[in-house]
Design a protein around this ligand. Structure first.
Ligand SMILES: [Zn+2]
Length: 122
């Protein structure tokens, strides 16, 4: 998947060094509850908010999402678990799911490490 084509990422990701590899599979968590495992792997290029240069970010993560069958279960699972909870009643669109996870994977403000770059001269 090309991260630059995702609407909620398009203004943050300036280039996709590699396509984002993704995998979604059904699983169960440690307590036997139904879950989805979302795996993401790839490199995106963000714009450093200090020097406006490019900043490569490697994404390699596996997130587990608990599946709930209705709103009540969503609320209950949310309260008793740190994991994200997904309402399974809605039609699952892989692209939306991947986009959600990518949005969460990106830093709120992308910057090179402190001291390694300067703002552009005015
Ligand atoms: Zn920078």
């Amino acid at each position: 998947m090309d991260a630059t084509t995702l609407p909620r990422l398009a203004d943050r990701v300036i280039a996709a060094r590699t396509p984002i590899e993704w995998r979604i599979e059904g699983t169960v968590d440690a307590m036997g509850r139904l879950a989805l495992a979302v795996e993401l792997e790839g490199t995106v290029v963000l714009e450093c908010q200090r020097c406006l240069g490019s900043l490569e970010l490697t994404i390699a993560q596996r997130t587990q999402l608990l599946l709930a069958h209705d709103e009540a279960e969503t609320a209950r699972l949310d309260a008793e678990s740190d994991a994200e909870v997904l309402l399974a009643a809605t039609t699952l669109d892989p692209q939306t799911l991947i986009e959600d996870e990518l949005v969460l994977a990106l830093p709120y403000v992308a910057r090179h490490p402190e001291g390694s770059c300067k703002p552009p001269a005015a």
